[in-house]
Structures are given as C-alpha cells and as structure tokens.
Design a protein around this ligand. Structure first.
Ligand code: NAD
Length: 513
C-alpha cells in the first residue's frame, strides 16, 4: 500500500497534504509513504522531517507517484500527471469539481478513483475529516488579520491620557464556520462586531459571540436552511430587502468581512459598488468568497484593489496564507478519512464502497464519473486531458503582506497608497440607530440589555463554540511549533509594473474621538 505526496503544482499554493505527524501515522497503519522532495517547503516542513517520520524521499513527482495506491493532495492534480499510479488509485483532496467537470472527466479517463473531500457529509463521525470547516475556520481568522494589517486605525477602544479613541466597527456577512471565527477574532481584537446571515440558526450563534445580528427575518428567512445546515439560494425579492437593510449598516462600518457561500453556486452578490462608495475612505473589505466570484461587486479575485479609498481584499486562498497551520489541520482531516479505508489487521486498503462517507465523496471509479452531481461529465473517449488552471501569479517581488493596493475607479487602474487625507475619516456615530422595518418584515437589531439565555439559546451557544473551537483544539493538540517570521509573496495586482512596496508610515497623530 503505497501513499504518495507530491509538491502542489497550483501556483501560490503553499499547503501540503501530509505532515511528518500524519506520515508517521500512515506508516503505522501499514503504508509506505513517498514524498516528493520540497513538497513541504511552503509550509516550513523540511525533507529531513519527512524522512525522520519514515517517508521515502522521491526526486520528482513521477518517482513519488509511480506505483502509488493512494495520492494525497491539496488541489486537484492534472490527470496527465497521474500516469504512473496503480489502476484505480485513490486521489484524495480538495478537488473543487464544480465548474471543473472536464477535469473530473479526465481523471475518470485516467482510471483513478477521485475523492472530493469537500463532499464529506457533515455528520458526527466525519467531523474530524471536514476540510471545509478546518480551512474555513482559518480563513475567518486570517481574513480579520489581513483587514487589521491594512486598516489605518486601531481596532480596540483606546483609553489613554490623551483621550479615548472609539473602537473600529466590523460587520461580518455570512455566519458559517469562517464567519463565526471572523466574529470571534474581531471581538478578540476589540472591534464592535455585527453580523448577518440568511439562516435562522445563525442568529443565536452570532449573538452568543457578543455580536449584533442584523437580518430581514421574514418567512423566507425562517425556511432558509437545508437539512445539511447550508444556506439555500434566496429569492431576488429577499436579496433586495436584505440589500436595503444592510446598505445603511455598511455605510457606518470600518471593516466588512464577507463569507457568504451557497454550495455549488456562484457566491451571492451582497455588496454593490454604491455600497462600497458609501463607506468612509480608509475602510477595508475582505471578500472571503472571492474564489467563487466574490460577494462584492468590485472584488477582483486574487487581488487587492482600492476604490474611493476603500481597500477591497480579494485573496482567493486566505487559508493558504497561514500554510503551516492550514497544512497541519488539512493533513489530519485526510489522515482521519484514509484510516477508514484501511484494514488495520491486514494492513491493506479495504474500501467499503457502501460506506456513506465513500459514497458521498467518490467522483470517479472504474473509468467513469459516478457521482450523481456530475452525471453529465462523461469522459469522452480519447478526449482532452485538461491541466489545472493556475492561480494568478504572485508578484515577482516578495514583499511584506502590506502592499500597495491597486486603485480602481473611473480614472482607470492606477497604483496608489491610501492618501493621508483618505486616512482622516469622518467618524460616524458608534451605535447604529434602529431603522424602521418594512411592512411585513421583522427586523432584528438587538438592544443593549441581553436577557438571560433560554435553553435554546444555550444550545446555540454550545453549537457556535463547538464549530469555531474544533480546528483550534486540533491545532492546540498538535503542539504546533510557531513558524518563523518570513516574507510572504503578494497576490498579483492588475498592473504589476505599478506595484510598489507599501511601508507603514509613522502613525500620524489621530484625533481623539
Ligand atoms: P458556507 O461556507 O456554505 O456559507 C457561509 C455562510 O454564508 C453560511 O452561514 C450561509 O448561511 C451564509 N450565506 C449564504 N448566503 C447568504 C446571504 N445571501 N446573506 C448572508 N449570508 C449568507 O457555510 P459553512 O461555513 O460551511 O456552514 C454552514 C452550516 O454548517 C453552519 O450552520 C455550520 O455551523 C454548519 N457546520 C456543521 C458541521 C458539522 O455538523 N459537522 C461542520 C461545519 C459546519
């Protein structure tokens, strides 16, 4: 039973699908593990560490993959790369099949069994294998860190001898795993946090973290959750009401983090150009849905842009910006699943094709696309083998994360450091005045006094804590060593020639508020 781990080919991907810890455990299960040299370098894992864990180092990918029964991967590999694996070999990773049906068909044609970890059912047994949760949790955390890094002001309220400075206001749109972690992180940094979601269950989770919940709570909202706990596609009418409600709120925010997703669909558009223009210069939006088209009209996936002084961060792999932690958790998710595929006494692969985890995640088998969601992706005989689409190339200059933003607007794309004038924002009042609800629309703007939590609310609090703590607990148990300080390659900007290094200017004295 040979398991192969190769260096990720997707540009800008620094994560790796196995760590020395998981390699050691895979070997304990009876596998031999081949690791391509350099596979862990993006996550600060050396070849020597893999070797010490018992892996065999391979000089290149074909050597690592030759005769493999299992390939562990972060991104979907090109079918052409898998030529040397054993027939029917399992290729397990975040295969991102929606919109990439031709690539899935090519994997079927290559004779491998492609397993898409994103489709892992959200049942108790599979929580430890949930890559969406582990990675979204980190994205939610890192999204706030990215925002704080480019925000020109402090997040917490500052009470000093020179006076008091008001805390920053942060609004989180979409309170799933990433959103709840973003709320918790922004709260820890001292911001005043509010959040919205279309799922009714999110309301109590948001409030349990000390944030305000803001949503149109009509009948459609009350029904807006699938049995799997995901959001449903909302009607155009609901989206219009939601946009009206959030528009006035957004105008008063300093930081907005958007995380709204609907499985298998383009990200819902939540923030229009006008809404961006309503924000004060110096505000920051982080669009964590950028990879799926973005929640913000002005998001440019993979880029940081500036519009009227508002910075819009559209990184498409935010979890990949903390690759060491992301790899640790991702590798454990994969290990937990692989364990279920191995007969521990006989020390060989023994896949139960009727297991609900296997049925839900297997995309291709015996040369055919077998997953019901991709029934139309039939491999054409002798059809093309498509390559993985690369992410936008990072800027050649490896610079610190705080780079110049690309300014967008009527005048076209020009690079501009946020002007000093822009940093002097007109500070809006701290509290959002209650708005009048539309007729027939209930509205939630929690008051200052919180009643004692009901049993239902206590259950919701527990659930919220469980969701955001799962990945944190896993990280703590791993005894992760802290990665050394290092430079981070920036995302591409639309005009690479105009890229300039953004350096922190000495802080201009801010007016006390
Ligand atoms: P997701 O990534 O699919 O979406 C992110 C959030 O965006 C969701 O909360 C969704 O409701 C919200 N959203 C969608 N459209 C929106 C709109 N128009 N406006 C505002 N918000 C919008 O979601 P997720 O992070 O995967 O979490 C979905 C649910 O699954 C949550 O309830 C989460 O707690 C639950 N969950 C369960 C398990 C488990 O039981 N094993 C694991 C992880 C998450």
């Amino acid at each position: 039973m040979k398991i192969a781990i190769v260096r990720e080919r997707f540009e800008g991907e620094n994560r790796v699908a196995a760590t020395p810890e998981t390699v050691g455990k895979l070997i304990g299960l009876g596998a031999t593990v081949a690791v391509e040299r350099g596979a862990g370098s993006g996550s600060r894992i050396t070849d020597a560490e893999y070797e010490a864990a018992g892996a065999t180092l391979a000089a290149d990918a074909p050597t690592a993959l030759s005769g493999a029964d299992v390939v562990l991967t972060v991104r979907r590999p090109a079918a052409s790369m898998l030529a040397g694996v054993n027939p029917g070999a399992l290729v397990i990773g975040a295969l991102d099949p929606y919109g990439n049906e031709a690539d899935i068909a090519a994997l079927a044609q290559a004779g491998v069994t492609a397993v898409s970890m994103e489709f892992m059912p959200r049942i108790t047994r599979a929580q430890v294998m949930d890559i969406l949760s582990s990675q979204a949790n980190l994205a939610g955390y890192q999204g706030v860190i990215e925002a704080a890094a480019v925000f020109d002001r402090a997040l917490p309220m500052m009470m000093t001898a020179a006076g008091t400075v008001r805390p920053a206001k942060a609004f989180v749109m979409g309170a799933g795993v990433a959103g709840l972690q973003a709320i918790a992180t922004a709260k820890r940094l001292g911001a005043v946090v509010s959040a919205t979601d279309v799922r009714p269950a999110a309301k109590e989770q948001v409030e349990s973290l000390g944030a305000k919940f803001i949503a149109v709570e009509d009948e459609e909202f009350r029904q807006a959750e699938t049995a799997g706990g995901y959001a449903k596609q909302m009607s155009a009418e609901y989206q219009a009401k939601q946009a009206e409600l959030t528009a006035q709120h957004i105008a008063k925010q300093d930081i907005v983090i958007t995380t709204a997703l609907i499985p298998g669909r383009a990200a819902p558009r939540l923030i229009s150009r006008e809404m961006v223009e309503s924000m004060a210069p110096g505000s920051v939006i982080v669009d964590l849905a950028a990879e799926r088209g973005g929640n913000v009209e002005l998001t440019q996936p993979g880029r940081v842009v500036e519009h009227n002084g508002v910075t819009i961060i559209g990184y498409t792999n935010v979890q990949g910006r903390i690759p060491t932690t992301a790899s640790q958790l991702y590798a454990r998710n994969l290990l937990a699943f692989v364990e279920t595929l191995i007969d521990k006494t006989e020390k060989r692969l023994a896949i139960n094709w009727d297991d609900e985890l296997v049925k839900a995640t297997v995309l291709t088998r015996d040369g055919a696309v077998v997953h019901p969601n991709f029934a139309s992706a039939v491999p054409a005989a002798g059809g093309p083998v498509t390559e993985v689409k690369p992410a936008p190339a990072p800027s050649s200059a490896a610079v610190e994360a705080k780079d110049a933003a690309v300014k967008i607007g009527a005048s076209g794309a020009t690079t501009a450091r946020k002007g000093k004038a822009a940093a002097k924002v007109a500070v809006p009042a701290m509290a959002d005045p209650p708005k009048k609800a539309q007729p027939g629309v209930e509205q939630s703007l929690p008051g200052a006094v919180e009643p004692a939590p009901s049993p239902r609310k206590r259950a919701a609090i527990k659930k919220a804590e469980r969701v955001i703590d799962t990945a944190a607990d896993a990280a703590a148990k791993s005894g992760a060593r802290k990665p050394p300080v290092r430079k981070i390659a920036t995302e591409a900007v639309s005009d690479a020639s105009a890229t300039t290094k953004r350096t922190r200017k000495p802080a201009a004295p801010k007016g006390t508020e």
